[in-house]
Each structure stands twice: as structure tokens, then as C-alpha cells.
Design a protein around this ligand. Structure first.
Ligand SMILES: [Fe+2]
Length: 220
């Protein structure tokens, strides 16, 4: 993960143009805030950005892909049930907020709020070692926001299983919370509205060959 060159993934870094002073909100925009546009009636709304996903490989044990995010795009808070996850920023800067559960799941209602601990709230840069999330620690739930245009190589082991509700992806939102310990939040499962659009892009890099009982190798 750490040593794989961008050229083998067919990924080229994107350089952002400098923010223009007459760009809406440019002067007020912080690294992590979102791009906005305006409706004709003047109401402010979020503009959906397009995230490109380049699918490298998937088998029963793992999936590997690259998310390419334009500046300001975000992947909302989501979980990785029972998975190990490696994430490496290939270029650019990406803000990550990550949580682990702080208490057992309440029985019965899957929408019941549940307390979680904030374990990461930082910007990941290209050149850093991949971040490791495990099934119950390291930030098993995370949200990404592109502080600049960036790409992240994402390895999931095992992959999501959309046919199994216990192994599919769930999104969460933070609830207003006054009674918790510092560093904890209340999270509730939800369906995100108006999230940035993820489209499948063409993968032009090397492919992974698999052999029974052998390590996976990149083939040129
Ligand atoms: Fe993720």
C-alpha cells in the first residue's frame, strides 16, 4: 500500500487552481468547508460535487479502489462492519474524522442513537503511511473531506456485502449532545441526502493476479 507508485495505478495528481476572490464564499472559505452555489431565488444550497471511483480489484477476501475527490467534496460518515481498512492519500490533502463505538449496540432499534469516541480529526497528506482501521478500533467509522483535490487508495478486507445487512455500509450523523463525556458524540444511522455523487471512472492501471494459496501480485 505504501510503496505502490501512482503510475502503477494510472493516477495523475490534480493541481487545484488558486481560489478566486470573486468566487462565492472564497474569502470566508476554510480548508474544510464546502463549495456553495446559489439558487435563482437567492436561497443558499449545497452544490453536489462529483467523486470518481476507480475500481482496481475485488475478490472474496478484499476490495481495492481509488477515490478521486475534487476540493471540497466529501464522503459522509460511514462504517466498516467487521472489516480491516487501509487508506492511503495518493496526492493532495484529505481531512478525516474517525470514530469507534464507545458502548455496546442497543438491542432492537437500529436507529437508536449510540455513543462513539472521536479517535481522529486531522488532515492526512500524501506521503504518509496508510491509516489502519480495524473492526473495532482505529476509527472504524470515518468521514473524508477533500481539503484540496486528492485521491485515496482504499483497501477493504473483507469487502462490503450488499446482500447481508450486517456487512453492508451504514451512514451516520452526529446528533446534538449535551450529556456526554468530552471527546464522545452521539451517532445515529441515517440516509444522507444531497451527498456528493460517486461515479465509476475508468481504471487504467496495473491489474492484480490471484493464484490459489499464493500472495497477490501486481502484474504489468
Ligand atoms: Fe470508508
Amino acid at each position: 500500500m505504501a510503496g505502490l507508485p501512482l503510475s502503477e495505478l494510472g493516477v495523475r495528481p490534480v493541481d487545484d487552481p488558486p481560489l478566486q476572490e470573486d468566487e462565492p464564499g472564497a474569502l470566508q472559505r476554510s480548508l474544510f468547508s464546502r463549495a456553495f452555489s446559489f439558487r435563482s431565488n437567492g436561497a443558499r444550497r449545497q452544490r453536489r460535487l462529483v467523486i470518481e471511483y476507480l475500481h482496481v480489484h475485488e475478490d472474496a477476501d478484499l476490495s481495492l479502489g481509488v477515490f478521486c475527490l475534487p476540493r471540497g467534496a466529501s464522503l459522509p460518515l460511514h462504517n466498516h462492519p467487521g472489516m480491516t481498512v487501509l487508506s492511503r492519500v495518493l496526492y493532495g490533502d484529505m481531512h478525516v474524522r474517525a470514530f469507534d463505538w464507545a458502548e455496546p449496540a442497543p438491542g432492537g432499534d437500529p436507529w437508536a442513537p449510540r455513543r462513539a469516541t472521536l479517535v481522529a480529526d486531522r488532515v492526512m497528506h500524501a506521503g504518509e503511511e496508510p491509516a489502519l482501521l480495524q473492526a473495532s478500533s482505529g476509527g472504524n467509522m470515518h468521514a473524508f473531506t477533500a481539503a484540496s483535490s486528492c485521491a485515496v487508495l482504499d483497501l477493504l478486507a473483507p469487502p462490503y456485502d450488499t446482500n447481508d445487512p450486517d456487512k453492508d455500509c451504514t451512514y451516520y450523523r452526529e446528533l446534538p449532545d449535551s450529556g456526554g463525556q468530552p471527546g464522545t458524540v452521539l451517532l445515529q444511522a441515517h440516509e444522507p441526502l444531497n451527498q456528493d455523487k460517486i461515479v465509476r471512472g475508468p481504471y487504467g492501471g496495473a491489474h492484480i493476479a490471484t493464484k490459489p494459496h499464493a500472495a497477490r501480485t501486481i502484474v504489468h
